[in-house]
Structures are given as C-alpha cells and as structure tokens.
Ligand binder design. Structure first.
Ligand code: AMP
Ligand code: MG
Length: 326
C-alpha cells in the first residue's frame, strides 16, 4: 500500500491501459490523507482509495476491502472449477447445485436484469462466450459449432434459484451454463464498499477495472471526480464525472477483443446472434446507486444501444442512468 501525495499524472498513469476509468481527484493539496491499494483481482486491477487521518487504520480497511473482492471472485469466477459457478457449470443436467447465498443473490439480480432488458443481459451465455473468448481465439468459430451452442441454450429463462434459510441452490437445465462476468464485478465493488462503511470509513473509492463505487464525498466535501476513458485512446480521458455516494460502470468494445479480417470481435455478446455484439457504440457509461446494477446495466446498454436502453431503464427501481456514450 502506498500513502501517496496524489498527483494527476500518477493517477492517469495508473489508469492508462489498466483501468477503464482513471481516477482524477480534484483536491491535490492535502498530502497523506488518502491511502491507496492496488491489487490484481477479477482478471484486472482493483484500485482502492480510503481517506483517513490514521494510516494504520486505513491499511486494515483497505486489506479488508480487497479481501471482499477476492472472496467474490473465488465464488463467482467461471475460470475456476471449485467456484460456485465452476461447480454449477460442471454439474450434470437437471441437478440442483448448492451454492452460497451470495451467488444465489447475484444470480437473482442477473435474472432481474435479463427480464428488465428483454434478454439483452443474459448470465447464461457461458457456452457462447467460450467460443468467442479473445483470451483463447483469434477468429470466429465455425458456423456449425456456433449453431449447436446457440440452439442448446434456453438462456436465462431456464435458470432457477431457490433460497431457504441459509441454504441456496441453482438448478442446472439443459444448455445453461453461467457467466456472471457482466455483473459480479459490480457486486464485489458493493461488498468492498459496504465493508469499508462497516469499518467506519466515510470517504472512499473502490474501482475494479474501471467500474467503481464512491463512498461519501472526497475530502473537503467535494464530489469525487472520475474520468471516463477514451475507448480508442488508452491514455485519453473523454469525460469527467462527479460522483458522491454512488456507482459508475463502463462497458465497451475496447476491453477485450480480437480482430479478424478487419472486424473487431469484442467480449460483449449479443444473445440473439450468439456472437459479439456489433453496433454503433464503442462504450457506454451508466450510474446507479449500487455498482451491481451499474455493472449489469452498462453491459445491457452496450447491447441494446442508447435509445432502447433508456426506454428499458425508465422507471426501474435500480435507477440506472446512462451518462455517457462514445
Ligand atoms: P462488462 O465488462 O461488465 O460489460 O461484462 C462483460 C462480460 O460479461 C463478458 O466478458 C462476459 O463474461 C459477460 N457477457 C458478455 N455478454 C453478455 C451479455 N449480453 N449479458 C450478460 N453478460 C455478458
Ligand atoms: Mg457489466
């Protein structure tokens, strides 16, 4: 952990290439009051900042918040066989798979977002995501492979969640395999921010790969100022947003992608086509009171497009609001 005097260049330097959003606090004068921790987690970098006059107390809080992020990753990653999601995806069809209460809650939230967005957000695209994952492939899969993956899946409507007391189960239906990659990061951010609040921290920022939650205001009661990264320039900030007690998430085609025959195939999928979404948006930024909702809403908005997303989001209790598109 570094107790650093913040300087704009240092913060932007950290953001470039790593974070979807670089943090640019306005107050650059008071030194030593902001304490930071950067850790690799959830396939990206978490950047945590706590404002506290006591460095030791801040360190304990930061470690606890980072622990929450690791905890959520361990439960919900699809890349590890022992996680809830890993076990679910490997279970025989038709079985009830016991999962943690938390995973069940995130799956419930994901189903809620699938319903609210007419299926543009779909947490069951894992079989399709695997075929297009920029980490493993550099060209579109064969048509036949794609067709069979798409036809096998009944999507999110086949997903069942049961919670009884402390126990929770998910039911594995044919063709359903979970991918919580569009929502779990936000859940982790909320968990980390809640943990900080529970430890008496009144002012903090929790950012994971560019999605973030602000706890309270920045020093001197000013809003936190965060920069939205330019989707075509890793060094560039296209817009600065002010935030007090709230969350912000950006989804775009610039995070993970491969190019084939001049076409960019990014990691956000269009459930209707079982293929990477291709539209006019390069990135969309959404705010909401909770990061779990901002995260899911941003992924959905990228697929829906600006106008359809605004229509879908209107009146939702989660209060997602599109604040920027590029
Ligand atoms: P995000 O960066 O939050 O927009 O999430 C992107 C990740 O969510 C991808 O890497 C996939 O794991 C997953 N995903 C891709 N397409 C969708 C979709 N249409 N609905 C829900 N999750 C998706
Ligand atoms: Mg998301």
């Amino acid at each position: 952990m570094n107790d650093v005097r913040l300087d704009r260049r240092a913060f932007l330097g950290l953001g470039a290439g790593i974070l979807g959003v670089a943090l640019t606090p306005v107050w650059l004068r008071p030194a030593g009051r902001i304490h930071r921790l950067s850790v690799p987690v959830m396939g990206t970098i978490a950047d945590l900042a706590v404002v506290d006059s006591d460095a030791g107390r801040a360190r304990v809080a930061l470690d606890a918040a980072a622990g929450e992020l690791r905890h959520v990753e361990a439960l919900m990653t699809r890349f590890v066989a022992s996680s809830d999601v890993g076990r679910f995806n490997a279970a025989p069809m038709g079985t009830r798979v016991p999962v943690s209460h938390e995973t069940a809650e995130v799956v419930r939230a994901a189903i809620g977002w699938a319903r609210a967005t007419g299926g543009a957000f779909d947490p069951t695209l894992e079989p399709v995501a695997r075929l297009w994952d920029p980490a493993f492939v550099d060209r579109p899969p064969d048509r036949d492979v794609l067709r069979s993956a798409a036809s096998e899946s009944r999507g999110w409507t086949a997903l069942e969640v049961q919670v009884r007391g402390d126990a929770a189960w998910l039911t594995r239906a044919p063709g359903t395999a979970l991918d919580l990659g569009g929502i779990a990061k936000g859940w982790g951010i909320d968990r980390a921010a809640d943990r900080l609040a529970g430890m008496g921290v009144a002012s903090a920022l929790v950012s994971v790969g560019g999605d973030l939650a602000a706890l309270g205001a920045a020093p001197e009661g000013r809003p936190w100022r965060v920069g939205i990264r330019d989707p075509r320039d890793p060094e560039g900030i296209i817009r600065t947003v002010e935030l007090t007690d709230g969350a912000l998430a950006t989804s775009g085609d610039y995070e993970r992608w491969f190019e084939h025959d001049g076409v960019r195939y990014a990691h956000i999928l269009d459930p209707k086509r079982a293929a990477p979404h291709r539209g006019v948006l390069r990135s969309v930024t959404v705010t909401a009171p909770r990061a779990v909702d901002a995260d899911a809403a941003a992924t959905a908005a990228f697929v829906l497009g600006h106008d359809a997303a605004i229509e879908r989001f209107d009146g939702l209790a989660e209060r997602p609001r599109i604040i920027h598109t590029a």
